[in-house]
Structures are given as structure tokens and as C-alpha cells.
Design a protein around this ligand. Structure first.
Ligand SMILES: Nc1ncnc2c1ncn2[C@@H]1O[C@H](COP(=O)(O)OP(=O)(O)O)[C@@H](O)[C@H]1O
Ligand SMILES: [Mg+2]
Length: 435
């Protein structure tokens, strides 16, 4: 039921957005400044995404077929569809309210925002708790086939691949314009470039990898493969061994067994700086930017194994992806917000021109809006053909964008499969997704 997974992923995205809107409303109520551009971006996103893509697909396929199968669903569907239909009106009145807020009437605006997010969350809850279980029960395999085909149709002019690109850019704009506390806190909106199709062959092959801290075995024989152009998620609870594994790949963590083949050669005994020169670049857990150094210098550090001649051009590429870093390039990295530091840490890793990018919990400790934005950045890199290992405790979001995934428990891989297989796996849902 891939359509259900898509709907659920979209729900969690909207839920995060609702949470963000509430946080910003609270800030305005306690004297924070109004940022009209941010709200315009939010309304544009919702209008484009919800009213043009999320709701029409539900209405035209899921709801229509469900009505055909059972009468029982009608009252529920009537309610949900009337909420869908009133969406554009609600947005129009929110935009009016924003206009008044610009004139100084802030109180009414935040009340309207809260009413809106409350309605949105209630709508999502009803779909998750009532509609989806009902659909799973009542719809036939043929129905699902039709629904899935519609949801997965990348050529569809309403919600195909190029429209997704548009949504991503709109979302990126929200994260960039959001107040410092919840967003990237910049004032220019960046470009996220659409990409090219990846090639397919093995870039990394790990066999029986072991590593220990004293007597504690942290990796107990890991087998792991990554094809060129793939995004592979490594999910598992805190303490599972994800960081140890990534550090073993980049060569800063000693291993005591097994082998690592990368880009056609055995690098098991290679020094870490030579692995980096060879194209394994790590964006470490907890970002680890150098606070007193400028943003510029932090990025340059990422290029220390690279020829000087390419640094200026690469810097500009990073800046076009994260314009906020360009605006602040001369400031100490310590002055950046958490989300900005994460972008800096990713940018620094990209300065090493990775063939394989290792991302260690990039969403950790970030506000919900930025969690989404970090995953959008990963999607963009993926669409440009980058090969990525994404270690995350945030299993749902990581698996949702990954081609394949591995589940790690106390130093062992317990499950592997495509991202979608793992999301649907009962064991994974119970253990990591809290479902
Ligand atoms: N520096 C260290 N010294 C001793 N034990 C460590 C060290 N770092 C991690 N460990 C242990 O190794 C195991 C795996 O940790 P880690 O790789 O950080 O997991 P994850 O990244 O999945 O949270 C844990 O049991 C952890 O306590
Ligand atoms: Mg870790």
C-alpha cells in the first residue's frame, strides 16, 4: 500500500509545519516580530501542495473507491471532503488576516493561525485513525493497485516529479524565511537544483566488519553494500553502533576484523586522510563545526585534501545551495543557529567532493521544520546523483527517502531491504516508528 505510505509521509510533513506555525504564533504573542514573508511562504506551500496535490489525489482515488466499496464510510468521507473543499477559503481568510497583521492587528492573526493548525491536526488525526484503517479493511487488491498507480505516477502533471521539485523549493523557502528559532533564519531563499539520473554499480562493499572499545564489541561483523547513486539509510536506536560504523568507514575508528572495499579497491588499512582524498567525506554527529572560526574557514577546512584551484568555485556552489551561509560567511560559526550549523556541516563535507557522503544523524536536535529541510537537502543531493549513507534514529523520515535501508541493533544488522519494505515491516514499525 504505497499510497498509504505517501499519505502518511505527507501527514507527518504537514504536522511538522503545523507545529512550527504554533511555535511562531507563540513567539508573536510574546512580543516577537511578525515575519510576513515567512507566512506567505507557508500559505503558498499549503495552497500548492495540499490543495493541488494532497487533497485531489485523496478525493479522486482513495475516497472515490472507498465510497464504491462501502456505505459505512460515507459520513466520514463527507466530513473530510467538506474540509478539503473549504481549504482554499480558509487560506484566503488567513491571507487577509495576515494583511491586517501587517497593519498592527497581531492578536487576531495568531488566533486565526491556531484555529487553522488545530483544524489541520484534527483532520490528519481523523484520516490516520479512522479513514486509513477503514480503507485497509474495505478496499480490494485491485483498488489498491489503481490507487498506488495514481500516487506513484511521476509523469502526472498535477503531482509528478517536476511538481515535487516545486514543492521542495517552496518548502526550502519556508525554512529559509522562518524566524531564527525554528528555521534557517535567512532572508534570501536559496535555489535547490534539480538533478541528473544516477549511474548504477557498487561503490562500497563492507564484509564482516568488527570494531571494539576495549572489551566492548561495538560492531560484530557488519555486511553492508552501497551502489553508486544510492541513498542508503542506517537506522537503529541510540547506542546501536551507527556512529562507530560510519567512523570505521572514514578511518577514524580502528577496526579489528573484516574488510572495506571502496571504489574498486581495498581501503581497510588506508589512513583516514587518504580515504577522504579518495572521496569518503563524513558529516559528523552533532555537526562539530569550529565555533570560533568563520563560516568561510569552516568550509575551507572541508577542502583541505583538495587542490586549491577548485576551492573558490566549490564555495560558490555551497553558497548557492545555502545562501544564508554566504550572508554570514565572515561571522564565527558559533553564531549560527542549530539548523544553520547543520547546513554548514553538510556544506563542509561537500567541499571534500565526496563520492560517498556519510551523514551522521543530521536531523538530531533540530526544530521540526528543519528536520524536514535537512531531509529535503538530502533529497536534493540524491537527485544530483550523490551516493549517501544516512544514519538516523529518525527512522521513518530516513527510510522514506532512502533507496534501501539497514536496521542495526547492538552492533549487528538485523534487517535490510528497500526503504519502503522496511517502513512496512511490522517489526520495524513497532520498534522504531512507534506505530
Ligand atoms: N568512545 C567510546 N568508548 C566506549 N564505548 C563507546 C564509545 N563510543 C561508543 N561506545 C559504545 O559503542 C556502542 C555503539 O555506540 P555508537 O556507535 O555511538 O551508537 P549510535 O551511533 O548508533 O548511537 C554503544 O554501546 C556505546 O556505548
Ligand atoms: Mg550516533
Amino acid at each position: 500500500m504505497q499510497a498509504i505510505q505517501i499519505i502518511q509521509a505527507e501527514h507527518s510533513k504537514l504536522w511538522r509545519l503545523a507545529t512550527t506555525i504554533n511555535t511562531v504564533a507563540d513567539e508573536i504573542d510574546s512580543g516577537g516580530a511578525l515575519t510576513p514573508e515567512f507566512f506567505e511562504a507557508v500559505f503558498n506551500y499549503i495552497e500548492t501542495f495540499v490543495d493541488r496535490s494532497h487533497h485531489p489525489r485523496e478525493d479522486d482515488f482513495l475516497f472515490r473507491l472507498l465510497r464504491q466499496r462501502t456505505d459505512q464510510a460515507n459520513p466520514l468521507l463527507d466530513q473530510l471532503q467538506s474540509e478539503h473543499r473549504s481549504g482554499p477559503d480558509t487560506l484566503r481568510s488567513l491571507r487577509q488576516s495576515l494583511g491586517q497583521a501587517r497593519q498592527g492587528e497581531l492578536g487576531q492573526f495568531t488566533v486565526a493561525l491556531r484555529a487553522y493548525t488545530q483544524g489541520l491536526k484534527q483532520h490528519i488525526r481523523t484520516e490516520e485513525r479512522e479513514l486509513i484503517p477503514l480503507a485497509k479493511e474495505a478496499l480490494t487488491a485491485d483498488d489498491w493497485h489503481e490507487i498506488n498507480r495514481a500516487f506513484l505516477d511521476n509523469q502526472d502533471p498535477l503531482f509528478g516529479e517536476h511538481v515535487k521539485e516545486e514543492f521542495r523549493a517552496l518548502y526550502h523557502r519556508i525554512a529559509t524565511l522562518a524566524p531564527e528559532s525554528v528555521g534557517l533564519g535567512g532572508l534570501s531563499s536559496g535555489e535547490l537544483k534539480p538533478g541528473t539520473a544516477p549511474r548504477v554499480d557498487f561503490l562500497l562493499k563492507v564484509t564482516g566488519l568488527q570494531s571494539s572499545y576495549g572489551r566492548i564489541k561495538a560492531l560484530k561483523g557488519i555486511d553492508f553494500e552501497v551502489r553508486r547513486g544510492e541513498t542508503v539509510a542506517l537506522v537503529g536506536a541510540n547506542g546501536a553502533g551507527k556512529t562507530t560504523f560510519l567512523r570505521a568507514l572514514s578511518g577514524v575508528q580502528p577496526t579489528d576484523g573484516g574488510s572495506i572495499h571502496f571504489d574498486g579497491r581495498d581501503i581497510s588499512k588506508l589512513r583516514s586522510d587518504l580515504r577522504m582524498r579518495g572521496g569518503i567525506c563524513q558529516c559528523p554527529e552533532g555537526r562539530q563545526v569550529f565555533g570560533p572560526l568563520s563560516i568561510d574557514d569552516n568550509l575551507r577546512l572541508g577542502a583541505y585534501t583538495q587542490p586549491k584551484s577548485q576551492v573558490a568555485g566549490d564555495l560558490e556552489k555551497i553558497f548557492s545551495m545555502f545562501p544564508i551561509l554566504k550572508e554570514k560567511r565572515r561571522l564565527p560559526a558559533g553564531t549560527l543557529s542549530g539548523g544553520q550549523q547543520q547546513m554548514l556541516a553538510i556544506g563542509r563535507a561537500l567541499m571534500g567532493r565526496p563520492k560517498l557522503l556519510l551523514l551522521d544523524e543530521p536531523s538530531m536536535g533540530l526544530a521540526p521544520l528543519l528536520v524536514e529541510e535537512v531531509f529535503n537537502v538530502v533529497k536534493t543531493l540524491k537527485s544530483e546523483g550523490m551516493t549517501i549513507i544516512l544514519a538516523e534514529q529518525n527512522a521513518f523520515a530516513a527510510l522514506a527517502i532512502a533507496d534501501r535501508g539497514y536496521v542495526m541493533e547492538t552492533g549487528t544488522i538485523t534487517l535490510s531491504g528497500t526503504g519502503q519494505e522496511l517502513i512496512s515491516n511490522e517489526q520495524v514499525r513497532a520498534a522504531y516508528l512507534g506505530m
